[in-house]
Design a protein around this ligand. Structure first.
Ligand SMILES: *Cc1c(COP(=O)(O)O)cnc(C)c1O
Length: 389
């Protein structure tokens, strides 16, 4: 028989990382001690009190059953309270908050909830790849908002043609930004919300890195902008904040109608987050170990300063980001994102991510993750230096 899979799978860009994965395996097979600065997955462990909370909750048989689709009420309340303490605005845990199986799940399913075939979706380029796949899987038409260095890696809303804005249903934004490390202030969200309200566009903000910040920078929420509740949702994740990437828990909050629409998709596709994980997440959100988070940010900051200093000393241009654990660096003259990434992998045994893997707008850049100890970062730069670029 001839197997036929869905045409929508062919709409994904060619998997750029497949060739790099193959190359990485080849280098490792030679016995090279590969240093991986490729993925954004914290090496620092989940704080102990959160782990213990899971251990306790896992023994309770009531947590072994199907969870509520929208999340435990106590989880939604803890999320709304955490959010209010951190950002100010108040949300109703019943109607305006929903638990997610990691924010990636919610980001992907949100497109299913709001995008119709033929709708334009405004997507930052470079950007987190899920914005794009959610769009095309649902028949949406992507319009890329290019993030340029000279604009501080934020979109220029005035450059979006009127006929595009008219047909747009949804806009994605994510600050502090992956992959560029760019940050914004509240005034930027004022502008974004004004644009979306004027053109009847739903605004989805991805705030996964709100707590990974340095030098006194405080990342804002989209709901600090006037009018945001009329058009917006915001995605939060415990993954980066509490070093919980493997646990799969996050939440969305915002406009009740939009949260309900996402909930409707989810009740048809999944059956919620393991309740013991929600109990542990409540423990994290309620705080009591704030120092741990400050300690983790201090670790990332030390690595940031070390890596930025070392890269600059060998002529690679980059700026220290005020948030996220990524360094977005310009590739040296004579290279593309991919050719530089390949040379660094093959000859230095260091895995980095080509900027073009996040969209055409990322060409000319590479991303370094700060998720390995300082000693390894030093070793990585020493090896890159030996290439005499
Ligand atoms: C890590 C990340 C997420 C989501 O992670 P989850 O583990 O699914 O919560 C969302 N957006 C961006 C930009 C990320 O880097």
């Amino acid at each position: 028989m001839q197997l036929k899979t869905a045409t929508r799978l062919t709409l994904l860009p060619p998997y750029l990382f497949a060739e790099l994965d193959r190359l990485k395996k080849e280098v490792m097979a030679k016995g090279v001690d590969v240093i991986s600065l490729g993925i954004g997955d914290p090496d620092l462990p989940t704080p102990q009190h959160i782990v213990e909370s899971l251990q306790r909750a896992a023994t309770d048989p009531k947590n072994h059953r199907y969870p509520d689709y929208e999340g435990l009420e106590s989880f939604r309340r803890a999320a709304a309270n955490w959010y209010q303490r951190r950002f100010g605005p108040k949300f109703d845990p019943q109607r305006e908050v929903c638990a997610l199986i990691g924010s990636k799940e919610g980001i992907a399913n949100f497109s299913t909830a709001v995008v119709d075939p033929g709708d334009i979706v405004l997507i930052p380029d470079p950007g987190y790849p899920v914005y794009y796949s959610g769009c095309v899987f649902n028949g949406g038409e992507p319009y890329f908002m290019v993030l340029r260095k000279e604009n501080g890696f934020v979109p220029d809303f005035d450059a979006i043609p009127d006929e595009v804005a008219r047909r747009a249903r949804l806009m994605w934004l994510g600050y502090p930004n992956n992959p560029t490390g760019a940050t914004v202030d509240r005034a930027f969200f004022d502008k974004a919300v004004r644009f979306c309200l004027r053109h009847n566009i739903i605004l989805a903000h991805d705030n996964a890195y709100s707590e990974i910040a340095y030098d006194g920078y405080r990342a804002p929420s989209v709901f600090e902008a006037d009018g945001a509740r009329e058009c917006a949702v915001e995605f939060h994740s415990l993954s980066k904040t509490f070093s919980m990437t493997g646990w799969r828990v996050g939440f969305v909050l915002g406009n009740a109608e939009l949260v309900a629409a996402l909930g409707k998709v989810k009740t048809n596709y999944d059956s919620g987050v393991f309740q013991a994980v929600q109990e542990a997440a409540i423990t994290g959100l309620e705080g009591g170990d704030g120092d741990k988070l400050a300690e983790y940010c201090a670790v990332y900051k030390e690595r940031r300063d070390l890596l930025v200093g070392a890269l600059r000393s060998i002529g690679i241009k980059c700026d220290p980001p005020r948030a996220t654990f990524y360094i977005w660096a310009e590739v040296p003259k004579g290279y593309s994102s991919v050719s530089f990434t390949e040379r660094v992998l093959k000859e230095a045994g260091v895995v980095i991510t080509p900027g073009s893997g996040f969209g055409k707008g990322g060409e000319g850049f590479v991303r370094f993750s700060l998720t390995v100890p300082s000693e390894r970062l030093k070793e990585a730069v020493a090896r890159i230096k030996a290439l005499r670029l």
